[in-house]
Structures are given as C-alpha cells and as structure tokens.
Ligand binder design. Structure first.
Ligand SMILES: [Zn+2]
Length: 479
C-alpha cells in the first residue's frame, strides 16, 4: 500500500487540536494521545497493525503484561515518585540521594513542573553555576536568542562550547555528532499510537532512528513500543510524565527515569542506557541522577520547532518550520558541519511532526548523506544494559541505502501484518528477556513483525474508538 503525503497529513485531524501554551522551551504543546490506562477487562485481537487509520490504530487495548504490572508503576501521566513498597527502587534511590547531597547539594530546584521559571531566574546566578541548559544552554556568553539555535563552537576544536558541566566528574551532554556532515536522527515523545505510516516510511527507507519514549506512552501503547525494536530503532528514555526535570525533587526526577526504564524493559525487553530531558531541561543535579543510573544525556543542537505548530502569538507556521529544516540543509552547504555533524530536535508527536519528517527526509538524506541513530553515531554498539544485544556502529548504519525521493509513501506496516497474524516473535513481551531471541543482535527491519494476536478489547471496540478519538480534544499538552 502506498500513501501520499497529503493523505498522511489528512490524518492530522485527529489529535491536532490545541490549547494554550506554557512557557519554557518555547511554550511547547503536545497532545497526550491516550486516555490513560483503562482496564477494559476483555482481551481480544489487536487489529491496528497494518492500519494507517488513526482511530483504528489508537483504539485502546488491554495488554496483560502491562495490566499485571501496573501496580508496580506510578500513576500514568502524573509526576512519578517512588512506588510504596518498591524496595529495590528505594534502595537505589537512597544511593542516588546520597550522591546528590555529596556532590551537587547546592543546586536548587528550579521553577515549576510545567516550566514557569519566572520566580526562579531572577535569583539565579547569571554565570550559570548549575550548567542549566534551559537557561543559557550552559554557555557563556549565552547563545543567540533565536528559535533555530546553532551553538557557538570553539574555533580550535570545533566542539560546541559550554556543555561541560560545572560540577566535577559529570559527563558532558551529547548535542552533536563526531562524524562530519552527519545528522543524528531521532524523534521525541513516542510511542505515538498512530505511527504506523511514519514507521512504515522509515522502514521502507531502511532508516533507523533514536526513539525517545515517554514511559506513560509505553504503558499505554506497549505494542507500538515494540515496533521500535522490530524496526531496529534505538530506544531511549524521555521520562515518565514529560515535565521539567529541574523543577522536580530528586526523588521525583529519579522516579521519572527509573520507572520509564522499567516500563521499556517490561514491554520491549531492552534497558536503555541513554535519555533526553524534556524541553532540554537539565542541570548538574539532574545530570548526577542520570549518571547514577548509567544514563547518557542526549540533547540537540538545533530545534525544528515542529512541536510548536500553531502555538504561540503569533502562531508558529508550517512555513517557519520548513525554514528551520531548510536552514539545517543550508548549514551543510555552507560548511557549518564540515568538522562535526549535528542533531536536530524532531518529534513523533502528531501527524504534522511525522509528516514533516517524511517530507524532509529525502532532502536531509541528499544533503547529509549519513542519517544515523545517536548510538550508531557514537559507535555505541551496546546501547542497552543487555550486553548481548548489539547495534550497528556508524559504518554499519550509515551504509544503509536510501530509496528514491518518491518514497514518501508510507507503506502501512510492512509484511506479515494480517489481522490474524502471530505474536511478534522478536520480543518476548513481559518476560523480561532481551529483545533478540538470538541474543546477538537487534532484530532487523525485515524481521517478522506481526502482533495481531495480541490484546485488544474486542467487546467494545467501536465504543472505545469513539471515546478515545473524542478524548483527544480534552487532554493535556506536552512537549
Ligand atoms: Zn519531549
């Protein structure tokens, strides 16, 4: 099945509603594309695999491994904290708290969880003692106040300046790539329940990416999360409830990472070793927590602003977002990335952001040539705690062929997507085992990827679809 870009865009009707912006990170708005966990109580077939119809894809289903474990997790879409009785998490957190107290105890909590820093910044040291990325991108002098920010670089090393934490023994954030004229490709805020067309497009182009997953989305849409593994994408953590991390207590920030990692492990069998802070909101206290959990912090060098579509005053237009993509390509042509590659922030957020990614993909590929997940860009061939799962290095991944520029077809869900297929064989869902049954490599994009025999309420499908689709209009907004 081939699908035009326009028909993909037409799907944006669902979930494209918006409400008022909040501040910080530009006032980002995101539809929470779910209604939270609902125990429908009846298990049946999951029929969305193969569909690119958003209401069908987003019809709620009950997935027993998640349902059975729900009491071990914080409430979905609420700021996480330690789950009562979770002795393992409590023991690890005690160690993290001690480390925070000993090394960055003077770093204060900042602002509010929804990004209002107006009461904090007037009291903050202008020299940015906490290496607070949201403040000045940890630079001195600050970067130009533009929506499309290319960080200043050190003229000798061509490394971006200012990303080295102010406190000792903390690793720098990743914001660019070591390989010249390469582009790190990744998408935030998934898994989106209606991503079949988008993931199908990436699959058709043999393109892997880094998927920064929100824990609550993983719990709501576990089969969609498994798509990432089946397609060879790298999964990274994007917190549990998608709030501003520097505003959270140390326990909350720890829990946001801990339980998202646990959810991803539960559903996909892999335990990510990297994460991206929502809104880029990280300081040395949050870095310390992430480091204690063995998580590498990945940010970005420029922002597509795709998440800002139709928000703000005046509203951000698609033309402005297109201009940001074009500026990135211009940077290739004018030599900006001749010594180091770059990372742009893009989203698996709604059909607009996914359609933009599809539209610009051939042009980005033509300009950069090498579009790679972050793990591959850094030759991190073991991006998960499961050491027996390997991942392609830069050479292995950048060699992937790109199909023709007409490939904005979104080939639904690839092969084996019949409604009565068998369970996805590459992921032992809920068993806690590694994603690769062979134990040596992540499944390839051509791996069998049928999940149709999984778990969807068959008793009240129509009713649920109506409820969920209608629910898009009243839900909260995220970055
Ligand atoms: Zn995000």
């Amino acid at each position: 099945m081939r699908q035009s870009t326009s028909s993909i865009l037409a799907l944006a009707v669902v979930g494209a509603v918006k409400v008022g912006a909040h501040q910080g990170c530009g006032g980002q708005e995101i539809a929470k594309r779910n209604l939270g966990m609902m125990d429908v109580g009846v298990e049946g077939l999951y029929v969305a695999d193969g569909s690119t119809d958003a209401p069908t894809e987003c019809a709620y289903y009950s997935y027993p491994p998640v349902t059975a474990a729900k009491s071990q997790f914080p409430t979905i879409w609420e700021i996480a904290s330690l789950v009562p009785g979770d002795a393992e998490a409590a023991a690890v957190f005690a160690q993290v708290q001690a480390k925070v107290n000993a090394t960055v105890g003077a770093v204060r909590m900042k602002g509010t969880p929804n990004g209002d820093f107006s009461a904090f910044t007037p009291t903050y040291n202008a020299s940015d003692t906490d290496c607070w990325w949201t403040y000045k991108e940890c630079q001195s002098p600050p970067s130009p106040p533009t929506s499309f920010v290319v960080l200043l670089t050190d003229s000798a090393t061509q490394r971006p300046t200012g990303t080295t934490p102010k406190h000792p023994n903390l690793p720098a954030d990743i914001i660019d790539l070591p390989e010249p004229r390469s582009l790190g490709i990744g998408f935030d805020d998934g898994p989106n329940c209606s991503h079949n067309a988008f993931y199908g497009f990436l699959r058709a182009n043999e393109q892997q990416a880094t998927m920064f997953y929100i824990g609550s989305n993983v719990m709501d849409w576990p089969l969609q999360a498994q798509d990432a593994i089946a397609d060879g994408h790298q999964i990274a953590i994007h917190t549990w409830s998608h709030n501003y991390m520097t505003a959270l207590t140390t326990e909350q920030a720890f829990a946001e990472l801990w339980y998202t990692r646990k959810a991803i492990q539960l559903v996909t069998g892999v335990t990510p070793l990297s994460w991206r802070p929502p809104f880029g909101d990280i300081d040395d206290r949050i870095r310390t927590i992430a480091q204690a959990l063995n998580l590498t912090s990945i940010l970005w060098q420029s922002d597509s602003d795709d998440w800002r579509i139709n928000t703000g005053t005046p509203p951000v237009t698609s033309a402005q977002i297109d201009a940001n993509y074009q500026n990135l390509i211009n940077g290739v042509n004018n030599g900006t990335y001749d010594k180091r590659g770059t990372i742009m922030l893009t989203h698996e957020l709604n059909n607009f952001t996914m359609s933009e990614a599809i539209k610009w993909y051939p042009m980005l590929k033509a300009a950069f040539g090498k579009l790679v997940p972050i793990a591959s860009a850094y030759n991190l061939t073991h991006p998960y705690a499961e050491g027996n799962i390997s991942y392609p290095d830069f050479g292995g991944n950048s060699a992937a062929a790109v199909s023709s520029s007409t490939s904005v077809s979104a080939s639904a869900s690839g092969t084996g997507a019949s409604a009565t297929g068998t369970m996805k064989t590459s992921v032992a869902a809920g068993s806690g085992t590694a994603a690769s049954s062979a134990g040596s490599a992540q499944p390839t994009p051509t791996a069998a990827r049928a999940k149709s025999a999984a778990f969807k309420s068959s008793a009240s499908t129509t009713q649920l679809m109506g409820t969920i689709v209608g629910g898009f209009a009243v839900l909260s907004w995220f970055c």
